[in-house]
Design a protein around this ligand. Structure first.
Ligand SMILES: [Zn+2]
Length: 105
């Protein structure tokens, strides 16, 4: 266990085979010096958390959608599902962009 904390969940980090990892997020963590760099480095982790959260909600909403035949509720669910899928798509696009920027530098 190291003194550094995970920028996403604030859990203490562990060094595993030369790589800094957060056990709780189950992700490698990039150690940086500037605070702004910490944010950039943790952005992919945050996006992954966001995508996981969206997937969870889509699962819940799909169950609700299956159960209802009430037009107003269907409409509301469809709109919510559409915006979540859009958000998911945006998050994926941003992840891709960050990954490309990281390999370029
Ligand atoms: Zn973490």
């Amino acid at each position: 266990m190291l003194s550094e904390m995970c920028p996403v969940c604030n859990s203490p980090l562990f060094e595993i085979r030369g790589e800094l990892r957060c056990i709780r997020c189950d992700k490698p963590v990039v150690k940086v010096h500037e605070e702004s760099e910490v944010l950039v480095a943790s952005a992919p982790l945050i996006l992954t958390r966001l995508e996981n959260a969206i997937t969870d909600k889509l699962d819940v909403l799909t169950n609700l959608l299956q159960r209802t035949s009430e037009p107003e509720e269907l409409k509301e669910l469809a709109e919510t599902i559409t915006s979540l899928i859009q958000l998911f798509h945006e998050s994926r696009k941003l992840s891709e962009k960050l990954r490309k920027e990281q390999t370029e530098t």
